[in-house]
Design a protein around this ligand. Structure first.
Ligand code: MEV
Length: 310
C-alpha cells in the first residue's frame, strides 16, 4: 500500500533561551540522532491517528482542534488547499524524550506537516514548514519565540531573532556537546509564564539581564564562526548564571552542571525552558569520557553526544 513519511529531528538551545522571547538572539542546534516520524497511508473511513509510543488511537474529530496533533493537521490541510474530508491513517513514532527541552512536540508537528505535504503531492520549503508549526506552538507555549520550530524545520545550526528570517551559523571548527536528561520534566509554558510575570514585576532588571544574555549570544556566535572555541565554554557558563538568576534552573540541573564542570567540561548550562529537562556540556575528545562518567555518577538519566558542524 502507498505511504508517505515525514521525519523531524530534535533540538538543543546553545544560548539565549528565554531572552529570545523578548527579542534577543538565540543559537540553536539540531539533534539528528533523535527524531519523530509521521507515516500516512490512504484510509477508508475518515482520519485515524495512532500515537505508537503512547499506545493511543484517535479519530481526528475526536481530538478536536484544541489538541496539537489535530491542530497541525487542520492548519496544514488548509495551507495545502485540501478541502475534502481527510481519509488516512497517520502513525506517529518518536525517539525524542517528551518534555525534556529537546523539541519532542515541535518535531512531531514538523513530521506531520512533512508527511501531509508528501501525501498530497506538495512541496513546502523550510520557512513554510516552520511557519505552519509555529501556529501550533502558540497553542502549547503561549508566547513562543519561534526558535524551536526554526531549528527543527531548517535542521541546521541557526542564529535566530524573533520575527526575522533565521541565519545559518557557520561552524568554523566542529565542536562536541554532551546532552543529558535530569529525568525531571521541563514545563516550558510554565517557565516562560513565570519569567513573564517576573519581567512584568521588575521590567528594568529583567531587560538588563536579557541584554546581557543577548550580548553573550553575539559573542558565542563569533566564537563559533571564527573557530574560537576556547571562548564558547565561559560564555555558556555566563549564560547559565543569568538563567539561574531569572529562576529557571533547578537543583537537578545545578548538580549535573557542577559534575560536568568538575570533570573538565569547558562550559555547561541548561537548554530550553529549564526547571528540569536537559543540560548541555561543551567537551572535547580529551574530556568527553570523564564528563560522561561524572554525569552518569551524578544521576543523569540519558546521555546523547552531538558533533555540531561535522
Ligand atoms: C524553548 O526551547 C526556548 C524558550 O526560549 C521558549 C521560546 O523561545 O519560545 C524557553
Amino acid at each position: 500500500m502507498r505511504f508517505h513519511t515525514g521525519r523531524a529531528c530534535g533540538k538543543a538551545i546553545l544560548a539565549g533561551e528565554h531572552a529570545v522571547v523578548y527579542g534577543r538572539p538565540a543559537l540553536g542546534v539540531p539533534l539528528a540522532q533523535i527524531a519523530a516520524t509521521a507515516e500516512i497511508r490512504e484510509g477508508t473511513g475518515g482520519a485515524t491517528i495512532v500515537a505508537e509510543d503512547l499506545d493511543a488511537v484517535w479519530t481526528l474529530d475526536e481530538l478536536g482542534d484544541g489538541h496539537a496533533i489535530a491542530h497541525i493537521v487542520h492548519t496544514t490541510l488548509a495551507k495545502l488547499g485540501e478541502e475534502a474530508p481527510p481519509n488516512f491513517l497517520l502513525t506517529i513514532r518518536s525517539t525524542i524524550p517528551i518534555a525534556r527541552g529537546l523539541g519532542s512536540g515541535t518535531a512531531v508537528s514538523t513530521a506531520i506537516v512533512r508527511a501531509l505535504a508528501a501525501h498530497y503531492g506538495h512541496t513546502l520549503n523550510a520557512a513554510q514548514v516552520s511557519a505552519l508549526v509555529f501556529e501550533t506552538e502558540k497553542l502549547y507555549h503561549g508566547t513562543p519565540s519561534g526558535v524551536d520550530n526554526t531549528i527543527i524545520a531548517y535542521e541546521a545550526p541557526v542564529y535566530f531573532v524573533r520575527g526575522q528570517p533565521p541565519q545559518r551559523l557557520r561552524v568554523a571548527r566542529p565542536f562536541r556537546l554532551v546532552i543529558v536528561d535530569t529525568g525531571v520534566p521541563s514545563e516550558t509554558k510554565v517557565a516562560v509564564g513565570d519569567v513573564r510575570a517576573a519581567w512584568q514585576a521588575e521590567p528594568a532588571r529583567y531587560e538588563a539581564i536579557f541584554d546581557a544574555i543577548g550580548k553573550l549570544v553575539e559573542q558565542a556566535r563569533d566564537a563559533i564562526e571564527y573557530g574560537r572555541l576556547e571562548r564558547l565554554g565561559p560564555l555558556m557558563d555566563a549564560n547559565q548564571a543569568h538563567l539561574r538568576e531569572i529562576g529557571v534552573s533547578s537543583p537537578e540541573l545545578e548538580r549535573l552542571i557542577a559534575a560536568a564542570k568538575g570533570a573538565g567540561a569547558s562550559g555547561a548550562k541548561l537548554s530550553g525552558g529549564g526547571r528540569g529537562g536537559c543540560m548541555i556540556a561543551l567537551v572535547d575528545a580529551a574530556t568527553q569520557a570523564a564528563v560522561q562518567a561524572a554525569l552518569t555518577a551524578a544521576g543523569a538519566k540519558a546521555v546523547l553526544v552531538s558533533e555540531v558542524g561535522r
